[in-house]
Design a protein around this ligand. Sequence first.
Ligand code: PLP
Length: 431
Amino acid sequence: MKYFSLNKQSSPVDFREATLKGQAPDKGLYFPEEIPLHEKTFIEQLRSFSKEEIAFRVMEPFVGDTIPKNVLQRIVTETVDFPFPLHPIHESISSLELYHGPTFAFKDVGARFMSRCLSYFSSNAVTTTTILVATSGDTGGAVANGFLDVEGIEVIILYPSGKVSPVQELQLTTCGSNITALEIDGSFDDCQALVKEAFMDTAITARKNLSSANSINVARWLSQQIYYFLAHQQWAYDMPPVIAVPSGNFGNICAGILAHKTGLPVKHFVAACNVNDTVPAYLRTGSYQVKPSVSTLSNAMDVGNPSNFIRIMKLMNQDYTVLQSLVSGYTITDETTLATIQKVYQQYGYMLDPHGAVAYAALTQYQQENKSARGYILETAHPVKFPDAVKEATGHEAPIPPAAMELFGKQKRSIPMQKDYASFKEYLLNK
Ligand SMILES: *Cc1c(COP(=O)(O)O)cnc(C)c1O
């Protein structure tokens, strides 16, 4: 399998190159040259396969011969090393709980798969690879955990001081070993600007082998297909599901659409956004308007210019009507998000986090127009990561999973830093 750049100015590469590079030299996103099709019997007999076997079958065509089978088998086994329950909330909405991994968010899957691939691909390298990540909360924790103690790799995380939740901050700052957290006196956008500038700075790239771990990396993007198959294994109805995905950069939903293209039965996708709704607005009006991001309760989705949408349009052959027939978009305000957390808790005793609540509210709206449609939401984070919103909506504390309990006993270690580029550059060059 080869990957070409969607900007079409760089040559195609294999999975190894695409994973190591992240972005193509022409700044385009990599995209597979062909979409593999699963055998019908595989889909029909999904229940008879273990989750490791499913993960292997899903990833193998995309990885090609760049990783030996026995190594890929080990990588996918470690990737899906926790439960992925499809929990029924009521008759017509279930919740695919993607938060049972080490950092309680769905990004664990992509981060674990990518880190293990990178580690395999760089196992003979003489120089250390430095991974720079700017995070608004969830990405940093998942990446840090995925790369912890992975040989030949150091991770530097930049996060906005005071703007991540307590659990998120502990996940970023307590790893130690090859993980360093820089606490930036600024916003997430400032963190991202620092990282972008470092990648363009030849004084740094001449001395350091920099890499990124964001959601445009094919290893992260493609491995997110796995849990759509694991959900289907547990889907109890004949009619295929409507799947509601809380979306920010649109990598997660794009992986679901790709899984559908490879043969996974899906009735419809619901792109659930907070007020950062570039894509739902496009679906409503036909006009694609990138906007500056606005802060919301579902802050992992505060994205005004979703980087993976270009891949979705490619999957739709650039056809707006095809997109509209498969995907509906909804805009959910913070007010509705809180009301949804409250309602679902009171009526069904089920606690949603703000991201899952956005998806739930969107799916409910879709079902008002499509009465017989059953579906599930992707619950992308554990409510404990957003304790204030959950407490405000339900009057109750989110239950703390034992692994989060352990975090509270750990000592935060971060390096405080101003948001000017000179400080960051000096730090990188002296490290
Ligand atoms: C990252 C994230 C999202 C958004 O996922 P995308 O792939 O960027 O659309 C949704 N929910 C949570 C909890 C996240 O961390």
